[in-house]
Design a protein around this ligand. Structure first.
Ligand SMILES: Nc1ncnc2c1ncn2[C@@H]1O[C@H](COP(=O)(O)OP(=O)(O)OP(=O)(O)O)[C@@H](O)[C@H]1O
Length: 222
């Protein structure tokens, strides 16, 4: 599903990623662990086409995504859902409108959009909030809406960058259960975090990064 061969990326003099080799199979749940500056966000950005690698090859379903033209990037992103720490919901659009956005952009019909948005909101437990604006929701609810937005297009791959970074331990636990449920339905999940609570709860493959290098790859939890 995802293959990285000798991938490197620098920002000026900062070597954010050095010679990364990694293969992730369909349906896996992979935790990307590592301290601040380890390169986790950079790796996720390469996967969703937010940055380009300087060297090496990145394949998703056999397609080399290292050399996509700007027009091809949106097509790549339709196969992915992305969840970030800081939500990035549109504050003046309702929950429903926020979740519908990826479908509207992809040109889905009205009926299809309504059905998929309701299904996504229901599966993360916030369907009753659909007419509200994001700022009126709690942090945990906002992150649920982000997850609904990320899965509304039935992505093959769900990428998450510190999705529980703004949440207390109880909410963290609830959000991690949602990722596990989404993974159990067949979506490949790659979740970057430095939080040991998340690692303990997920208990799956852990890829560890340090100073831009891959320094550990442990299958099926610690
Ligand atoms: N746009 C940028 N310009 C310059 N340097 C950058 C840029 N983005 C990241 N870096 C540097 O690349 C290195 C890796 O950063 P990255 O954000 O990938 O790490 P991270 O593991 O996600 O860390 P954190 O958990 O703090 O977000 C860091 O040293 C960072 O300062």
């Amino acid at each position: 599903m995802i293959q990285l061969f000798h991938v490197s990326k620098a920002y000026g003099r900062c070597q954010a990623l050095s010679d990364i080799n990694l293969e992730i199979g369909k349906g896996e749940f992979v935790l990307l662990m590592g301290g601040s500056g380890a390169g986790k966000t950079t790796l996720l950005k390469l996967l969703f086409g937010g940055e380009q690698a300087d060297e090496g090859q990145l394949l998703i379903q056999g397609q080399n995504i290292g050399k996509l033209s700007p027009r091809e990037v949106p097509l790549l992103r339709r196969r992915m859902g992305i969840v970030l720490q800081d939500f990035r919901l549109l504050p003046k659009r309702t929950v429903y409108e926020n979740v519908a956005l990826p479908l509207v952009v992809a040109g889905a019909s009205g009926a299809d959009t309504r059905r998929k948005v309701s299904e996504a909101l229901r599966s993360v437990g916030v369907e009753h909030k659909k007419e509200q604006l994001p700022p009126s929701l709690s942090a945990g609810e906002q992150q649920r809406v982000c997850i609904a937005r990320a899965i509304v297009n039935s992505p093959l791959i769900l990428l998450a960058d510190e999705p529980t970074g703004n949440l207390d331990p109880h909410l963290t636990s609830e959000i991690i259960e949602l990722f596990k449920m989404i993974n159990a339905r067949g979506t490949t999940v790659i979740l970057a975090t430095h939080d040991p609570q998340v690692m303990k709860q997920v208990n799956r493959r852990v890829v560890t990064m340090q100073h831009g290098k891959l320094v550990g790859d442990q299958r099926d939890g610690a």
